[in-house]
Design a protein around this ligand. Structure first.
Ligand code: HEC
Ligand code: HEC
Ligand code: HEC
Ligand code: HEC
Ligand code: HEC
Length: 456
């Protein structure tokens, strides 16, 4: 699956290469109250849609409520901050609207904390009901339409009722013994994803704009949508007793994990010569290009996700002999947000409500592709609901970013030395994971380029 995914995306891309009024959330909830039992549990669908269930069950959609990160952030930080300012008084409604849509529709905006806390590395068994179902089968397949165009902030309208509802989808002439089916265009429309993947926060800042980033890319014109990349064909049948279909779409929605991140961008060292003498100053540059993403890289929870570029001289065992830091740009006041730093300046909540910890928890001095969220005091925060300004330098899809570096060739180097450029990704800084007391997220290598140097 792993190689297959990126290969598929690269082929796809190579082939083509070349303010509305915010309706109040309360109003929405009032319009459509649907008790939990209006929705069938995912285990019910598993009986016939075995593969779909298996994949969904290991996806982030199935962990949207039970995920360790969400649980800690929602109960410990969000609820504790609602009395801080009128703007954030009802912010929990948004979290639940996207992360536990059936709880939102049931009007339960503070569901009980889950006893099934899980994460990508610690997978649950999918036996879920009520809020812990996260973003689940029957919720997605009974959506009628969205209120905005493009949709944002969980503006879905559900058609679920007390009965076993008609399931909407994109199959031609399906027949199911369990439920009625109906064709709906929304499942072949990337706007379906926009409803939750475009988020406007209480301070009117777009804290998630994956859909808008996609809209501004070359992909819509090529007919490539979110589903093309994130719900790839996986062979087999959509339902056990159904027929073999031309497309049986994967329901894993891989994103910020090894399978999708490895190879999502490429790096290329650019240097005029590879022969140098000791003590000379070497100028060179690196091209960095996101080659497999349909949006910026990184995207989504951009306040947490880090992509960074490390330059070094290494020996033939890969041991780092010299770290080559990215030069600072004194003319850019925002430069500090784009160079890894362990200064204790990052707040888990509003800076008036919390104590700062190390910002990146990474080796310092590397180019960082990232979004910095600032709160109303101008401080760096990981609390997207307090963000009043986003400062970012993320990679646009297919854009080539050229980074300039220099170093002086040190003396007493071994015979064989190499210049290495390595691009890495991590879902969140260790300092933040430690603060929340959840598992640290692994570092994933996105891409690497190495050049042998000859030193006289
Ligand atoms: C985030 C919303 C979402 C969730 C959750 C979801 N689906 Fe889907 N499903 C879709 C979309 C979108 C498509 C159409 C994909 C395409 O054809 O590109 C689809 C397609 C299908 C199809 C039609 C066959 C196909 O592959 O196109 C079936 C059957 C299906 N889903 C069943 C399920 C089951 C069972 C679950 C839970 C285990 C589930 N879905 C969870 C959005 C969702
Ligand atoms: C008893 C078996 C069975 C159960 C249980 C079942 N389905 Fe299905 N479903 C089917 C069959 C069979 C098809 C048609 C497959 C085909 O024609 O290829 C189907 C088709 C679908 C489609 C495609 C509809 C379309 O028009 O494209 C969706 C979506 C779907 N099911 C969702 C669900 C969801 C959600 C659940 C759980 C709440 C569920 N199903 C439970 C058997 C079942
Ligand atoms: C009802 C809201 C909702 C809809 C609709 C929705 N998503 Fe999501 N999606 C989420 C939430 C919430 C998460 C994050 C879950 C978590 O990690 O806590 C998520 C996570 C993801 C991820 C995983 C990101 C990662 O690395 O953790 C991908 C990929 C994704 N969605 C793609 C899609 C696509 C493609 C569609 C449209 C077919 C879609 N989503 C529709 C709410 C939604
Ligand atoms: C051309 C293929 C392609 C298209 C189109 C595409 N994506 Fe992605 N997406 C990727 C790849 C590759 C990654 C992994 C690298 C990354 O994290 O950005 C990814 C990552 C993600 C992530 C996880 C980001 C993170 O680090 O947490 C989310 C969420 C996501 N995509 C949602 C979407 C949505 C929503 C759309 C449509 C608006 C979409 N994608 C369109 C290829 C694509
Ligand atoms: C408009 C929909 C929306 C709203 C509102 C929203 N989220 Fe999310 N959230 C998402 C999506 C989509 C993702 C996946 C992005 C990605 O993985 O890159 C996500 C990702 C996350 C993650 C990262 C999970 C992980 O495993 O890395 C956490 C934690 C989270 N949200 C918490 C919250 C909290 C707390 C709130 C309320 C203040 C909130 N969200 C409001 C849609 C939303």
């Amino acid at each position: 699956m792993k190689k297959f995914s990126i290969y598929f995306l690269l082929m796809l891309i190579a082939g083509i290469a070349i303010t509305q009024n915010k309706k109040t959330l309360k109003e929405q909830a009032k319009n459509q109250t649907k008790p939990y039992h209006f929705f069938e549990d995912p285990k019910t669908c598993e009986g016939c849609h075995v593969e779909k269930f298996k994949r969904w069950n290991v996806s982030q959609h199935s962990k949207a409520f039970t995920g360790d990160f969400f649980q800690k952030q929602f109960y410990d930080l969000v609820l504790a901050s609602e009395s801080f300012a009128p703007e954030v008084a009802n912010v929990k409604e948004g979290c639940i609207g996207c992360h536990a849509p059936s709880a939102f529709l049931a009007g339960e905006l503070v569901p009980p904390r889950t006893t099934k806390m899980d994460n990508f590395w610690n997978k649950g068994n999918g036996d879920k009901s009520m809020a812990d179902r996260g973003v689940f089968c029957d919720f997605c397949h009974t959506i009628s339409h969205f209120k905005n165009k493009p949709p944002f902030n969980h503006d879905y309208v559900s058609s679920a009722t007390e009965a076993i509802d008609t399931k909407f989808g994109d199959l031609e002439f399906p027949w199911s013994p369990h439920h009625k089916t109906a064709t709906s265009e929304i499942y072949e429309d990337p706007q379906m994803c926009s409803s939750c993947h475009n988020e406007l926060n209480p301070y009117n800042v777009w804290v998630k704009h994956t859909f808008s980033e996609y809209e501004n890319s070359v992909f819509p014109d090529q007919g490539i949508i979110c589903q093309t990349c994130h719900m790839q064909p996986m062979g087999g049948k959509p339902a056990k007793m159904g027929i073999v279909r031309p497309v049986n779409s994967d329901h894993w929605w891989g994103g910020g994990f090894k399978e999708f991140v490895e190879g999502a961008a490429r790096v290329e060292l650019k240097l005029a010569s590879d022969e140098f003498s000791m003590g000379t100053k070497v100028d060179f540059s690196v091209d960095v290009q996101a080659v497999a993403t349909g949006h910026k890289f990184p995207t989504g929870s951009v306040e947490e996700r880090d992509v960074w570029l490390r330059l070094s001289l290494i020996d033939n065992n890969g041991k780092e002999l010299l770290h080559i830091p990215v030069p600072e740009n004194p003319n850019d006041p925002n430069d500090k947000y784009f160079i890894t730093s362990n200064e204790k300046v990052a707040y888990p909540s509003h800076s008036k409500l919390s104590e700062p910890f190390e910002r990146d928890a990474l080796p310092e001095g590397d180019r960082l592709y990232h979004s910095a969220f600032l709160d109303s005091e101008g401080n760096f925060t990981y609390a997207q609901w307090f963000c009043v300004e986003e400062i970012e330098n993320r990679l646009n899809p297919l854009e080539i970013r050229n980074e300039k570096y220099s170093f002086t060739v040190p003396s007493n180097l071994p015979d064989e030395i190499y210049l290495q450029a390595k691009l890495n990704y991590r879902r969140m800084p260790d300092s933040f994971a430690d603060f929340l007391e959840i598992d640290r997220r692994p570092v994933i290598q996105v891409a690497k380029d190495v050049r042998r140097l000859r030193i006289n």
